[in-house]
Design a protein around this ligand. Sequence first.
Ligand code: GLU
Length: 552
Amino acid sequence: MDYHKLAELLFPHIDKTPEDYRNEMYPQRQLPQGAVVDRFAPSPTGFLHIGGLYTALVNERMAHQTGGRIILRIEDTDKKREVEDGVSGIVEGLKSFGLEFDEGMMNQTEQKGDYGPYQQSRRAEIYQCFCKSLVEQGLAYPCFCSEEDLAEIRRRQESEKALPGYHSSYAKCRDLTYEQIAQNIQQGLPYVVRLRSPGKIGGRIKYKDVIRGEIEMDENVIDVVLLKTDGIPTYHFAHAVDDSLMGTTHVIRSDEWVSSVPLHLQLFYVLGLKPPKYAHISPIMKEDGGAKRKLSKRKDPEAAVSYFVDQGYPKEAVLEYLLGLANSGFEDWRKQNKEAPFWDYKLQLNKMSQSGALFDLVKLADVSAQVVSRFPAEKIAREAAEWAKTRNPALYQALSSDPDYAAAIFAIDRGGKNPRKDIRKWSDVADYVSYFYEALRQPGWDWPENVSKEDAAAILEQYAKVYDQQDDKNGWFDRLKSICQPLGFCPDVKAYKAEPSAYKGHVGDVSAVIRVAITGRRNSPDLWSIMALLGKERCLQRLEQAKKALAE
Ligand code: GLU
């Protein structure tokens, strides 16, 4: 067979060669030794799964840690899975987490970088060019089998207990003559182009996965489809062509692709291209009734990245949590580097879990509380307001009406060695700030049980008389102490403990009553700071209101 003639018959419109692309349009990258070039390559389903964000983050870290490049490539060869605006859904999702891509799709239509196009549907000619060269070498051929033909092959293989798939003697179109092919094409029969697999049944291949170590598998023997009837490639073929041209050094992707590695290595081999290193990430798991299972799009709301955005987890918290899932060493690093940005942590692919890291919302909330506790007050005020804009209009109104006041609320007890950790996510903020805003205040007082109502009322009455807004923190406390003795409370906790029966309680109980009167609750950040921020008038008003409530 004259393969050259066949290639011209199938691809008359292709006049470039793979070398044209390799040498002229996709030159070798000039990067420092050890630089990782990788890519996140989602299908444009519009839906960013937490597993996708995890994979994107690992790719981003590996590239940027090593002075390399990360590409955002959209794999839209399967039109059935695509949704309208699916690209922007993914791009926006990634952007909202602050992941920076060096090259690739920037929104639904625009891209940046010299190794594009970065959307596979715009690369049809490139794949066809590489496919043409395989046909020229007898390494690929057209296949005219219909669905019925393929079903018939499956039936035969079942009854003969043969390996399923289009291969060896079952591959009917492998040995068509040029004349038969030309005739079929003339008749307008649809056809795909298949690989003529050089694999042998029983043959084995070995490769070293960066995460999973050495893996041995059966080599590929199937004459897989390279180009579909519409000339669009399959995922496998596009992967080999793209990752070679784009200079990908590491393919870091979900482990559902491990079983395709023999095929992928074979494709690089027949194309005469150097394969990248592979690192297969185990899926994020969830504990369910004592058993571990994959997070499911259908069953688990937290599978969608939008869940975290809606709940108001700051992006830094989600990424930090995911880094902890990726490398268990992250937590120790964090303990030793409390203030460092998480970008300073060096992620290690070979330390990633092989069995699948367990996703735990309680742990995420914990990590998030830590992360938020390190944020500056202004950032909290700004981001909580932004979150509330579409989700809690009353909170948005409150926070945005006076940003300085809002920031002052979050500044209380912030900084220092042991900052408060009451805010885990922006949806906690409405409750946290409620007593700072009349519009958000919740009715009711959670009075301490160990102080009688009469005593509480007496405390409030006395305190209102002595309270001075000008007091500094020590003065404020001295004044609290000053009302203790006359009301039968001990101004000193130690002295009280030495002789509890001599008193109704101690200064801590007195301040608890005032705290409840001012904030409604028993637990709050520093009370002096709260009162200073609320101002004299409001404090006196609240002391009075609370006293009235006690009398009812
Ligand atoms: N488009 C593939 C997917 O969405 C990407 C796999 C890869 O990264 O190679 O699963």
